[in-house]
Design a binder for this molecule. Structure first.
Ligand SMILES: NC(=O)c1ccc[n+]([C@@H]2O[C@H](COP(=O)([O-])OP(=O)(O)OC[C@H]3O[C@@H](n4cnc5c(N)ncnc54)[C@H](OP(=O)(O)O)[C@@H]3O)[C@@H](O)[C@H]2O)c1
Length: 280
């Protein structure tokens, strides 16, 4: 039997990213170590952490314990808000690399845009310099609304490879998805299962899941994949880590994809902070 593997998407810098990755938000170092090891055993090859999660060391230990060659793993971390700015970015990057036990990273993200403070142009300058030095393979952002994304690209002439944003059936961001695509920026969904919230019990999703003999989580993850989104579900539960990966075996009909997209509730559907108003 051929092992299940995530498809990849091509980023605007020509590199490939595994479309289905593994998120580690809210995990302790111990949980991250065990869960990353489990995820790599199941077949994930893309791990999404962040300095602010406080578990980069656990991620490193999980990778070491897995026996998987680190060069096969697409590793992502993020620069925290208090480290935005040129010098502080260079410093925070080195600290992340130390915790991850690496010299370089596949993808580094500005974690939030913080529109009012507008430190992202200087932060981005440091990102581009680190890329030039070969320390970062690809540069990206998270939580960038349209205005800040356009400002960043206009000012630097370099589009991020992706914009990682809150995105799930009840809040599926049609406008930002459209603008990202127009700018050649992939959209990546965080909180893809609405952080374990009510998307998993939505009657439309449970009905479609049942029709395929799949679970609601698998149905939602297949929907993200079929919309062309990069998606990074998190779980500390071994059965769910596998269940989520096996969503790769599920293909929804076009009509089912449209029915799930139609569940969008606009801003009402947001489960976390609005990046336009988050400046700390
Ligand atoms: N850029 C940003 O600002 C930002 C913000 C948030 C998240 N992220 C990234 O995106 C990743 C994913 O988002 P998230 O962790 O917030 O939320 P999520 O992946 O939407 O949901 C995680 C929650 O769903 C539960 N779950 C996972 N698989 C399940 C399944 N098959 N059935 C039922 N419940 C299931 C998990 O429980 P258990 O763990 O208990 O199994 C956990 O409570 C994060 O880990 C992080 O890497 C980025």
């Amino acid at each position: 039997m051929t092992a299940l593997a995530s498809p990849t998407l091509t980023m605007n810098d020509g590199r490939e990213i595994p479309q289905l990755g593994f998120g580690v938000f809210t995990m302790s170092n111990e949980e991250a170590e065990a869960s990353v090891k489990e995820a790599l055993a199941v077949g994930y090859r893309h791990i999404d952490t962040a300095a602010v999660y406080g578990n980069e060391e656990g991620v490193r230990r999980g990778i070491e314990a897995s026996g998987v060659d680190p060069s096969e793993i697409f590793l992502v971390t993020k620069l925290w808000n208090t480290d935005q700015g040129y010098d502080s970015t260079l410093r925070a990057f080195e600290e992340s690399m130390q915790r991850l036990g690496r010299e370089s990273i596949d993808l580094y993200l500005i974690h939030w845009s913080m529109p009012k403070r507008r430190l992202y142009p200087e932060t981005w300058r440091a990102f581009l310099e680190l890329k030039e030095q070969g320390r970062i393979s690809s540069v990206g952002v998270a939580n960038f609304p349209v205005e800040q994304l356009e400002d960043l690209v206009d000012g630097s002439g370099v589009a991020p490879v992706l914009n990682q944003i809150e995105l799930h059936p009840h809040f599926n961001q049609p406008e930002l998805r459209r603008v990202n695509a127009e700018m050649g920026v992939l959209t990546e969904s965080w909180g893809p299962l609405s952080q374990g919230g009510d998307a998993l019990t939505d009657p439309v999703i449970t009905e479609i899941a049942k029709a395929h003999g799949a679970t609601p989580a698998q149905t939602i993850l297949a929907w993200h994949r079929q919309l062309g989104l990069v998606v990074i579900p998190k779980s500390v539960t071994p059965e769910r880590i596998r269940e989520n990966f096996e969503s790769l075996q599920l293909t929804l009909t076009d009509d089912e994809v449209e029915r799930i997209t139609a569940l969008d509730r606009g801003p009402e559907g947001r489960v976390s902070r609005d990046p336009a108003d988050f400046n700390e």
